[in-house]
Design a protein around this ligand. Structure first.
Ligand code: C5P
Length: 428
């Protein structure tokens, strides 16, 4: 059976329900996935409620075990528990799972890479489009939110097929984030690729721009074709001089995605900010109505808070063998620790796996992130799942970005066991 047949089969199960609880992950992919599910259920006249969580813990499972649940962007890591508790449900989760579950649309089973080729929103769309035909815009926003275009600098695989069913415009442009910001800021804070000699050096960026005759206060979007050409070729020359490979340099230019003139990357930043600030339900509403600008004020508040968390985390980073870690100590909450770790690993040129701890109501939330130089050498997801389970918690996620929850006070045990796992992976 192909993935589309599976989607049809699952839509048939959903159709028979009177009430559906959508249980989704509170990030951009989870929000868009939940919005797609809600659109479909409303269309079918099926009563529904939405609940967002950061991860699926025992408490949440207890709360929903008597309901019919549509798990989105989570569930694959808890299949044993779902079977054991006999929960009536369907799952659209793109995370890798070794466990088979009949009512789960698991892309890996169909030879589709859930890290790159389809997101949870995409899977929800495959199911929901059986109810009625509607554009796949939110499925693509979810994929961008999940950074699925990052590896190849473009949307690939099943996402590409879904893209064709959307109102999203594909353009070729500079891929550096912040095309609407003054160009000196855009270059100084570019995380991909990092521009050597200029990264985080405002003075150096301004002199570089003056030297090539570009008004540094203009944004990329305001620049003429000629100015863009000059800037691009100067940046490329700089990267060549610094020994960057063709592959690295070509990341500078590629596909960007827009809807109604808005960059999808900006939309996903807004959705993530809202979800991380406990406004995921409002984010779903915005997705359904398509009025993304409504979330912009939230973004400012979120960015301020994030800056404070990042400087706190930076001041607390310590070494543990092959790992680096920081503890949020009540200053960084469980919703933000993953974002903080993710930004630090990208922007601080960290070369070891980075672990962030944050206190939660009923345990310690862990977020682990891998630097690009260790990708393919280490799988954080497997190790975190193994270690957290051994300590009485649980975890999972992706090879490069994984998370877990462990009982309070077990941070040191976790660090030692996890470090050993990582060391073993590096030896192999
Ligand atoms: O929360 P964070 O962004 O660090 O999560 C990274 C990944 O780890 C996500 O894909 C999330 O679903 C997964 N995770 C998990 N179990 C947890 C926490 C996070 O599988 N307890």
């Amino acid at each position: 059976m192909g993935i589309k047949n599976k989607a049809r089969e699952i839509s048939g199960i959903i159709e028979k329900q009177d009430v559906v609880t959508i249980l989704s992950h509170n990030d951009a992919d989870g929000v868009t996935g939940a919005a797609i599910a809600k659109i479909a259920l409303e269309q079918k006249g099926i009563k529904n409620e939405i609940k967002f969580v950061n991860y699926l813990d025992k408490k949440t499972i207890e709360e929903i075990k008597e309901k019919f649940v549509w798990f989105i962007d989570l569930g694959n890591g808890n299949i044993e528990e779902i079977i054991e508790k006999n929960i009536s449900c369907v799952i659209s989760d793109h995370h890798f799972s070794r466990n088979f579950y009949e009512n789960s649309i698991n892309p890996f089973i169909y030879g589709i890479d859930g890290e790159l080729e389809i997101s949870a929103a995409g899977l929800s769309y495959l199911i929901s489009s059986n109810f009625f035909d509607f554009p796949s815009d939110l499925a693509i926003i979810g994929a961008i939110g999940d950074l699925q275009d990052l590896k190849h600098c473009r949307i690939v695989g099943m996402n590409r097929e879904l893209l064709a069913k959307s109102n999203i415009e594909v353009k070729k442009d500079i891929r550096i984030y912040g095309r609407e910001k003054p160009v000196y800021k855009m270059i100084a804070y570019s995380p991909d690729p990092v521009i050597p000699r200029l990264f985080k050096r405002i003075g150096a960026v301004i002199s570089f721009l003056k030297k090539i005759g570009i008004n540094y206060e203009k944004s990329w979007n305001e620049m003429s074709k000629e100015e863009k050409k000059i800037l691009l070729s100067s940046l490329i020359r700089l990267l060549i001089e610094k020994g960057f490979t063709y592959e690295q340099i070509s990341r500078i230019f590629g596909e960007i995605y827009e809807i109604d003139g808005k960059d999808l990357r900006d939309i996903t930043t807004i959705l993530n900010a809202m979800a991380r600030n406990g406004e995921a339900e409002l984010a779903v509403e915005i997705c359904i109505k398509g009025n993304f600008e409504k979330g912009e004020s939230m973004l400012e508040k979120y960015k301020r808070n994030l800056r404070e968390c990042i400087s706190f985390a930076k001041s607390r980073i310590e070494e543990h063998g092959k790992l680096l870690y920081f503890h949020g100590d009540g200053q960084i909450n469980e919703n933000l620790v993953g974002t903080v770790a993710g930004l630090l690993i990208k922007e601080e040129e960290i070369k070891s796996p980075l672990i962030g701890f944050a206190e939660t109501g009923d345990g310690i939330k862990i977020s682990a992130r891998l630097p690009a130089i260790l990708s393919k050498k280490v799988n954080l997801s497997e190790s975190i799942h193994k270690v957290a389970s051994k300590l009485g918690g649980g975890g999972g996620g992706h090879c490069s970005a994984a998370g877990a929850i462990i009982p309070k006070g077990m941070e040191n045990e976790f660090l030692s066991a996890f470090e050993e796992e990582i060391r073993n992976q590096l030896v192999l």
